[in-house]
Design a protein around this ligand. Structure first.
Ligand code: ADP
Length: 398
């Protein structure tokens, strides 16, 4: 092996190496490159990196590569663990050389262990292994220490990225819950305000109301009570769904006739809504009548809320082993950026036109369809409209 010296060329080489590693997005790719390139200057066979697990406070293998001759990375990773713990205990560079006289070269392991640092404390250990020597020279230990610091930088970046992701998910959840409390209070107050207002008006002793007005007021009270009941049901249901899955009452059912029944009912309530249907006669499936009706009711309720005045087209057809329901409106659509989230609990598309709702409807729809081993998804185009797709297996083993 060439004599190792920290000459200017080597230093330039290390700088290039580190700069190359720094621009890689993925820490594993950066580490791979760094360690492979290191080997051009400094021979080692295997490398294992252990990080201290924040919860158990023990070293966990994070990265292992068999770069050199023979042996598997995994075997050395477990082998290096005892040694890595010794490095951790020593809090410094540690070398372990084999007991002389063992003939099997592969058992002649020369171990070099280096602590890896976070900002203030040790975050892990890197272990390099050479089989059959030679011994580590001082200059090589210096180089390994430099590489070790860079590995620390990469791993800190990994930890940083992971923490950042956890925080951002958490932040999104907290935000959703904050928004939820705000919208729910609003959603509860609005119908209550109507109910209270019209009841008080009807009870006034100083005025009498003709029958037509009384019926008009009572209809409003009736509708607002329904809205309140539905909202409370949704809140309770979604809370329940957090801890358990939906229980289905599966019976053979004809989806085309179920859709027809829902359409007749919805049409009777919303005389102005133009609903077009295109229903193939499809084979029966095992489904929960009440739950699937709930899904369709929700989609209709959304289309009247978010695509007022638009036509609605409901289709069903058979596709191989599935039935596919498409539910389209010609409303304002949903911006692409929000589409991935609309089935999430509490999620509501931000915007002025979207002031009522709880963000629970589509979450519950999704859970119901999943419980049927099906799939629900959405496509939308701004100013063109929104289409929900529901795929349900014909042979449902739920
Ligand atoms: P909610 O209607 O109570 O807000 P949902 O879970 O039913 O909750 O819907 C989530 C969001 O998806 C709604 O806030 C709305 O912004 C958007 N959305 C749902 N259906 C449509 C639709 N047909 N057109 C446009 N936006 C829709």
């Amino acid at each position: 092996m060439a004599q190792f010296r920290l000459d200017p060329n080597t230093l330039t080489y290390i700088r290039d190496l580190l700069q190359g590693a720094a621009i890689d997005e993925n820490w594993k790719v950066a580490l791979d490159k760094l360690l492979r390139a290191t080997r051009e200057e400094f021979v080692f066979d295997n490398v294992a990196i252990y990080l201290i697990d924040q919860i158990s406070n023990t070293l966990e293998i994070t990265y292992a590569r068999a770069i050199g001759r023979e042996k598997t990375a995994e075997a050395d990773a477990t082998w290096g663990e005892i040694f890595a713990n010794q490095v951790l205990e020593k809090k410094g560079v540690l070398i372990q050389e084999p007991v002389k006289g063992d003939d099997n070269r592969l058992l002649q392991a020369y171990l070099l262990g280096l602590p890896l640092y976070g900002r203030e404390k040790i975050i892990g250990v890197m272990v390099l292994i050479r089989f059959g020597g030679p011994e580590y020279k001082d200059a090589q230990i210096t180089l390994a220490t430099i590489i070790g610091s860079w590995v620390s930088v990469l791993l800190n970046r990994k930890v940083h990225i992971e923490t950042d992701q956890i925080l951002s998910t958490l932040q999104q959840k907290v935000q959703l819950q904050d928004d939820f409390v705000a919208t729910i209070s609003h959603e509860l107050r609005t119908p209550l305000g109507f109910i209270k207002g019209y009841t008080t008006t009807l009870l006034r002793k100083d005025t009498t109301w003709d029958d037509e007005t009384k019926i008009e007021f009572l209809t409003i009270i009736d509708e607002e009570t329904d809205r309140l009941t539905q909202l409370i049901d949704n809140i309770l249901e979604s809370a329940k769904l957090q801890s358990s899955t939906i229980e289905l009452n599966l019976l053979p059912l004809r989806l085309d006739s179920l859709i027809r029944d829902v359409v007749v009912r919805v049409q009777a309530r919303n005389k102005d809504l133009r609903i077009e249907v295109d229903l193939d006669k499809v084979p029966p499936i095992q489904g929960d009548n009440i739950r699937l009706t709930q899904v369709l009711d929700n989609l209709f309720s959304n289309s009247t809320k978010y695509a007022p005045g638009s036509n609605v087209l409901v289709r069903i057809k058979k596709e191989k082993k599935y039935l596919l329901i498409t539910f389209s409106d010609e409303g304002p659509g949903i911006p692409n950026a929000y589409l991935p989230y609309i089935f999430e609990r509490f999620y509501r598309v931000p915007g002025e036109n979207n002031r009522f709702g709880s963000g629970l409807g589509l979450y519950i729809c999704n859970q119901i369809i999943l419980a049927h081993h099906g799939k629900i998804w959405v496509e939308s185009e701004i100013d063109r409209g929104t289409t929900f797709f529901i795929q349900l297996p014909i042979e449902n083993t739920a």
